[in-house]
Design a protein around this ligand. Structure first.
Ligand code: ATP
Ligand code: MG
Length: 581
């Protein structure tokens, strides 16, 4: 399996190159296996030409013992070769899966909806499972075809020519298989991805589907997608299956043809009886890998396409360079002319936002729906990269940090809270296996959620279902607040942290914002309700992606209120006493 020339030196080929030793071993084993494949032919030759004429039973027994031993050796080598190839697949997977998972996570942040979802992980599976199948063994045996041909020629040129014609036909058949299965395999893969996406989104939105009677309709869409997939898959299988059957029949015909030619040679007294049988076995043996290769061609094409797709993807998202460790930020947040477009889109959604705040400040971000608040916030925490401008912590732009290290200094509560399957404590400590209970409880207390958690049946060990389903929306939001506060990060960014909170939750939020500021953090809060920005001292107003105002809260609020509600004109009403302004 080779990658396209343009992408030869890639991480994938490097990973495969690391398994070079294993491949050399497999090559050597294939060498021995193919020599051992001659056992049957040589045995036949000896039996016909030596044992039968001499009628010697001891010779026969000796031959049987030797042949038996060689067969066993061949079987063991074959087994070993299969295992090594399987392990190469596993090693390749182990070397790359973390990297591929990382791209699966990061790709949507870079290209938006054009990302291929979980396909890269499936691609890695494809490559691994192909390496573990019988297919690669067949590819190692194929180069031996000329060797067997040469032996056939050595028996008699007529036998050689017959076998050669057969070989040419079968190799042509292999090339036809390759040509015809390429596009059906690709199509089947795309259809499978579409089908899986549909299933995943239906599962995520099960409540909506059931409540509004959309389940049946979604079922129909699924059926259609599934039928398309099955048909596509069938087309791919039909091609390789059909050609595989032809190959098998041809191989049997060839075997008989060689027998026929051998018989003719014996009649003409140009060969011995043993040669007929041996030649027939040999030619069948020579072409067996072609059969096997055609049978595994579908898997091969799928693995090759996966390989190329993975190569493209890994090049598109290069590994993150190991950045120099910077000191923990502690002084200021600087946003310099940040302009953003949504991933995979051209439309500008945040334009030229500039502001700076010192440690201990709290910034409220307000503005109408769709004004770009959440988008701006995504730039602050580094999930979307601005097309222009920089976000800096203590002067260092976010891209100078590795994201794992930066994550320690950032607390982020997204607008749509989703917790991960695991315990409440694990969710709060961001699944850090070395987290200390004290730190978890401190974060929970700071978020004002400790009491709520210990009232749960299993306290901090309560299992949060997938997507946080075991908690109410408000509870999940408060646990997510504790997660944002965990580890006392320097920059805490909360996107509508109170959208699901009751008044007690609102107060806890305000307390948490104040406490974080007091210990020297910068807190940025997006809020629609005034209560959300109670704990901040600065306000930033966004409208249509542009910064309208930024400044001390009281000043900005005054301006906004004036703009939103200009003082009513003084009306003189006839009843003078009631109309005093
Ligand atoms: N992932 C995305 N892909 C494409 N466009 C997006 C994406 N996310 C947001 N947008 C667009 O960016 C604009 C700003 O969205 P954003 O979510 O930042 O608004 P917001 O101010 O947070 O609104 P809300 O108050 O409703 O949360 C919207 O017009 C939206 O359509
Ligand atoms: Mg928003």
């Amino acid at each position: 399996m080779t990658a396209a020339p343009a992408v030869r030196r890639s991480e994938l080929s490097d990973a495969l190159r690391a398994c070079r030793g294993a491949f050399i071993g497999v090559g050597l084993m294939s060498c021995m296996i193919n020599l051992l494949y001659l056992t049957g032919s040589v045995f036949m030759l000896e039996v016909y030409d030596r044992v039968l004429p001499s009628r010697s039973v001891p010779t026969l027994v000796g031959l049987i013992i030797i042949a038996g031993g060689l067969y066993i050796a061949q079987g063991m080598l074959d087994l070993l070769r299969g295992r090594i190839l399987g392990r190469v697949g596993t090693a390749l997977d182990e070397a790359l899966n973390a990297r591929v998972f990382d791209t699966v996570v990061r790709l949507p942040l870079m290209v938006g909806n054009r990302s291929e979802g979980l396909q890269p992980l499936r691609d890695l599976d494809n490559v691994r499972s192909f390496l573990g199948s019988m297919g690669p063994g067949a590819f190692f045996d194929l180069p031996w075809l000329p060797f067997y041909m040469a032996i056939c020629f050595a028996f008699h040129w007529l036998l050689g020519v017959t076998a050669l014609i057969g070989a040419v036909i079968l190799v042509t058949l292999t090339l036809i298989t390759e040509y015809m299965s390429r596009s059906p395999a690709k199509e089947a893969m795309t259809l499978a991805a579409r089908r899986n996406d549909l299933a995943a989104s239906s599962r995520r939105n099960a409540e909506v589907l059931v409540a509004m009677g959309m389940a049946g309709r979604m079922n129909n869409r699924w059926n259609e997608a599934n039928e398309d997939y099955l048909a596509g898959n069938q087309r791919a299988s039909d091609v390789t299956g059909g050609l595989g059957a032809v190959a098998k029949v041809l191989r049997m015909m060839l075997q008989s043809a060689v027998l026929g030619v051998g018989a003719y040679l014996v009649i003409q007294q140009e060969a011995t009886g043993g040669i007929i049988i041996a030649g027939s076995i040999l030619s069948a043996r020579a072409l067996a890998p072609v059969d096997l290769a055609i049978a595994h061609w579908k898997g091969f094409v799928a693995a090759r396409q996966s390989w190329q797709r993975l190569n493209r993807l890994l090049q598109q998202i290069p590994p993150r360079a190991a950045q120099t460790l910077l000191q923990a930020p502690s002084k200021r947040l600087l946003v310099e002319g940040v302009t953003m477009v949504a991933p995979g889109d051209q439309r500008v959604i945040v334009q030229d936002v500039t502001f700076a705040v010192e440690a201990g400040s709290g910034v409220g971000v307000i503005g109408p729906s769709g004004s770009g608040k959440s988008s701006l916030i995504r730039a602050l925490v580094g999930v979307w990269t601005p097309v222009r401008g920089k976000v800096r912590l203590d002067g260092a732009a976010l891209d100078q940090w590795s994201s794992d290290v930066l994550g320690r200094y950032i607390g982020y509560l997204p607008q749509d809270v989703e917790l991960f399957g695991g315990s409440v404590a694990q969710n709060i400590c961001r699944f850090d296996p070395e987290a200390k209970s004290d730190a978890i409880i401190a974060a929970a207390k700071e978020a004002g959620v400790h009491e709520m958690i210990i009232k749960m049946r299993e306290g901090y060990d309560t299992q949060v279902g997938e997507q946080g389903t075991a908690l109410s929306a408000g509870q999940a939001q408060r646990v997510a607040l504790a997660r944002a506060l965990y580890g006392n990060p320097f920059l805490i960014v909360l996107d509508e942290p109170n959208s699901n909170l009751d008044s007690e939750g609102d107060e806890a939020l305000t307390r948490a914002v104040r406490a974080a500021r007091e210990r020297g953090a910068v807190v940025v809060v997006v809020a629609h309700r005034p209560i959300g920005i109670e704990g901040v001292d600065q306000l930033l107003v966004l409208k249509d992606g542009r910064m309208q105002t930024f400044g001390p809260k009281e000043t900005v609020l005054g301006q906004v209120l004036q703009r939103v509600a200009p003082p009513p004109p003084i009306k003189i009403v006839s009843d003078a006493g009631a109309a005093k302004p």
